[in-house]
Design a protein around this ligand. Structure first.
Ligand SMILES: O=C(O)CCC(=O)C(=O)O
Length: 258
């Protein structure tokens, strides 16, 4: 693995805090278009077999930048799970309510997460996936969460063709309505850790956390991101609780037994 594809301390700290990481993959010319065209012409959803029906998807999964993120966050023996799903959002379809995909348990381990691959540019009217940064450590019953509406700080994944969005498995998300005349495609992949880390597996600087705290919150380093990051401006009380969970999460990634 070319170490330039590994995440940095800042990338990892941001993933821990924000719950997502975006990559624009430089795939071979025409590949995204070819994948999108095949998806456009499917008349039923092959479920987990989507990679058999559209084998070119492996070129996105096997991209070294994707492998770099998986190795960085899940360790050397990570697994690309067999579950995957084609999410085709039809023209004229409505929004999808907020929900979490995992077990909503404020997990301090990053043991599984999603990769969302978009083969076309996604415009705001095409029903983008919408995520709420930093919500991966918050629990809300799904039936209650689904009544929430316009959450402050939400981020529509209005992305370029060939984007892989890695999202924490507990991140709150939904979709906007598709008011365009275009089918919106997204393929969801699931990745898993098989072994706890004994040491960091990203491009780690042992001095990363050894910086004085910047109380002005201006300097961007892992320590300050973990300490002050507050992507949707939650209350002080919630922020303090999340800060503790983040540190535990970072420590687990660093190889500390929990
Ligand atoms: O289609 C999307 O953008 C999101 C799908 C989704 O939220 C889900 O499957 O959990």
């Amino acid at each position: 693995m070319d170490s330039s594809y590994l995440m940095t301390d800042i990338d990892v700290a941001k993933f821990v805090v924000n719950g997502y990481h975006l990559l624009e993959l430089d795939l071979p010319d025409g590949l995204n278009e070819h994948i999108a065209e095949q998806l456009d012409n499917l008349d039923s959803n092959p479920g987990d077999a989507i990679t058999d029906v559209v084998p070119e998807l492996w070129q996105a999964l096997d991209h070294p930048a994707v492998q770099g993120v998986l190795l960085s966050l899940l360790g050397e023996d990570y697994e690309v799970q067999s579950h995957r799903h084609w999410h085709c959002k039809q023209p004229g379809s409505g929004h999808m309510n907020w929900h979490q995909d995992s077990t909503n348990n404020r997990d301090i381990h990053i043991n599984r997460f999603l990769g969302l691959y978009y083969p076309t540019d996604i415009t705001p009217d095409m029903g983008p996936t919408v995520i709420v940064p930093g919500t991966q450590f918050r629990n809300a019953p799904t039936d209650r969460m689904s009544t929430y509406s316009n959450i402050r700080g939400q981020v529509p994944l209005v992305v370029k063709a060939g984007t892989m969005a890695f999202t924490h498995y507990d991140l709150w998300h939904g979709t906007a309505a598709n008011s365009s005349s275009i089918k919106r495609h997204m393929i969801k992949f699931l990745f898993r850790r098989t072994k706890d880390n004994a040491a960091p597996t990203w491009s780690h600087d042992p001095e990363a956390l050894n910086h004085p705290t910047d109380w002005n919150g201006k300097r961007e380093d892992a320590h300050n991101i973990l300490t002050f990051g507050n992507p949707i401006g939650v209350s002080q009380s919630d922020h303090y609780k999340e800060r503790t969970i983040r540190r535990q999460c970072w420590n687990h990634l660093m190889g500390e037994a929990t």
